[in-house]
Write a protein that binds this ligand. Sequence first.
Ligand code: SAH
Ligand code: SF4
Ligand code: F3S
Length: 444
Amino acid sequence: MSLSYYEGKTFHVVTYGCQMNVHESEKIRGILSTLGMLEIDDINKANVVVFNTCCVREGAEDRAYNNIVSLKKVKSENKDKIIVVCGCMSQQKNGKYDLKKKLPFVDIIIGTHNINLLADYLSKFAETHKRIYDILDQPTASMDGVKCVRDDKINAYVNIIYGCNKFCTYCIVPYVRGREKSRPVKEIYDEVKDLVQNQGYKYITLLGQNVNSYGKDLEEKMTFSKLLNYLCTIEGDFKIKFMTSHPMDFGDDIIHVMKTQPKIAKALHLPVQSGSNKILQKMNRHYDIKHYLHIIKKLRHAIPNIALSTDIIVGFPGETEKDFNQTMKLVKRVKFDQIFAFMYSKRSGTPASEFLDQIDEHTKNVRVNKLLRLERLIQKDQIKKYFNKTYDCLIRQINGVAVGITDGGKEIYIPTYRYNNQNYFALVKVEDIRNHKLSGVIIK
Ligand code: SAH
Ligand code: SF4
Ligand code: F3S
């Protein structure tokens, strides 16, 4: 009865954080559309606004908090506007902001474990108009099977495993996302098949905080590499990407599938976090640099054109100049195609937030800038490596010109080719590099 209250009304969703959250917002949009609501761009005009938050670093929290607060005035002028806050920041215990207290104008605050019940919460609110604050310790039914309204028409996200059991000492994710839980193989298979064969998706990105753990908690004997092999049996012109992999569980079986299956994208995000063994140990990462470099060597041997990206934290407690220089050395040595560098951010409730040897903000700043400068230099130099090489690219049109996009996201312009309005994969050979731009021809 009360759900009809929402029919024909408008909504707007604001998302912070990782791909997992981006995908969850697609499901939130699905739930709201199913209620007969319409999505609009104007956050001030929307009848319902949902903030899907992140708390992985202080910056993410501050951004979300400030944006929520900035809606206070609009809400005071339009009391019927409904504001919902959900996601990792509200799930967090003892976070920087006490949301319940500090955001009295927010109508519904829920966490990560009950977003699937959003329609029920909205219904209850429409009936009672009483503020709802409900954070659960355990997941309720998952969001599997919830209708998605996807943003992207080329790449579709598909969850394969939720939660994390790794407990890296800096990281809040295991506390706000709970323990690892794999989705059944059949469900994933059916979803991917539908996306590829009925909806025309070209890339499927499998999501998990640690995809390599896939299957460990399932009764059927399943591993991540077996899942990949199985998904490659789906017919169609598409490729599979996945994130994130943890170097500790990244076995030869996965390298083998990446090498032998043409449907697996030749790109990998493998967070290293630090170049210092001492720091890696303090982070509880369970590998050392020798192990990491060995994986990189095997990957490049098996798949010479592979695009590699990584995450790095600078200024972790106890990081000396020497430790930091080891990170710089590693970056120079591996020459990643892309790095995501973060300044360590204290997350209350995690072990590292209590370490006594915290690094001051100025030092963190200096180090992260040094690292980013090095990265830019490497990038400039790296472009040469594309010359005369051939990449299996997705052919698309950008600004009126045909472009081949590599699995690593690099654009190769194809000036001689007339785009026929269809996205498909083809081999593109790079023939020229000018002003840091690649151009080439389709050879097959
Ligand atoms: N599950 C993924 C992603 C975790 S969050 C993984 O294991 O890689 C994404 C990145 O945020 C991490 O790789 C890490 O580099 C960074 N990060 C996590 N906690 C952080 C913190 N407290 N301070 C700074 N960066 C952090
Ligand atoms: Fe966080 Fe580590 Fe889990 Fe990644 S593997 S989500 S960094 S605890
Ligand atoms: Fe942020 Fe939660 Fe993702 S803390 S990085 S949105 S899992």
